[in-house]
Design a protein. Sequence first.
Length: 423
Amino acid sequence: CKSTEDSTARTSFISPMPSWNGPPPPPDVIEDSPITPGFLKKKSVEVVCLELGADLEELEKDEHIRGALEQGGVMVQEFAKQVEAELRQVESSSVREYVQQSSQVLDLHNEMQKCDGILAKMQEMLLGFDADLGAVSAEIRELQFESRRMRTKLKNRVSAESKLRTFLDNAAMSPTTPNTICEGEIDQGFVKAVAALDAQILFLKQGQQREPRRFYKYASVQELGPLIDKLKTKACARSREYLVDKMGHLRKLQTNVELFREKHLTKFASLYEFVDKHSPRAALELREFYVESMARALHTLFRSYYTALVKFDLEVANKHDLVCVQEAAVRSTFTTRVSLAKRGDAFSLGDRLQVLKKIKIAAPPIIIHVAQAENMHFPFEELFRSAVRHLLDAVQAETDFVSVFFFFRMQKIHMINTSVLSL
């Protein structure tokens, strides 16, 4: 029965719906469509009904509307009046409650005004902070740009300073260098001055190779070039004179060749290198003079050594000794056995076997003044070993000196040694 009443109420609610007197709804098709006008009117009414049904289904979900629909004989106008009365009552109660709470609302308004003022101040402060941060950020960017610019300047200055220092160290000449080369004694100070001059000559040569057209147009190079040429000639001449003088002392018999070369030639090997670089002809003359002087020195040394060495020869046999010896001379006194220890001819080894042992352990040669002081005598094999050992020591010492002084490789060292020892 309730469902019947609901359907009746719904029917009564829908039935008094007035007819539509306004403009016709927009057509769903264009005007040029071949569909008939009657069909269009029928279709528009159906669409409106479907939309109204959907709205009613949505309204049914509301509690008040559903409750009004469920009441059987209640008309919509009465329900609307009831709703309006309720709204007026709620409005009146709201106004009374607002009037009662007006003081609190005023306090709330004042608090909101204060908060609004505080927020405005905070906004102003934050805007100031934002402006300050923007200024600081711009200043930081400016400082970063300035820092990069200063770093680039510093890098360029360091590079320029390094190149300028290199140029000045090689181009600028010490005031003492010309005096030392021209008038100073030939010692280690002279060697250092020649080395500095050689470095400046090399610097000018490298600069000419880098800039063959512009290098000699520089004022410093034009001023320094003639002075360096004069000093180079003077250094070569004085170095040659010194080395010729010292090499000439090698011919003297009283000279200790090893000590003399170590003191007066090896320490000044850089002078020969300088002469070899800048005056090859003078260097060739020095080599030839050294070969001649050292050849004569070694020839005199070995001749005197051999002459003194022969004096210590132990005579084992002479022209009066026989090859065959009678057994009675070598027979033992108490027995009939032959004792070879009593045999003193050239076929008896005696102490000559020790020569082989000395060769094995590379014993030094015989020292003349020691053997002479102790009145020592040696067999001829020992004298021969001593002479050969002395010759080998001389060859080794000569090889070491030539490799250090002349800066030669093994092939040229062999050539010089052959020339020195050929006499």
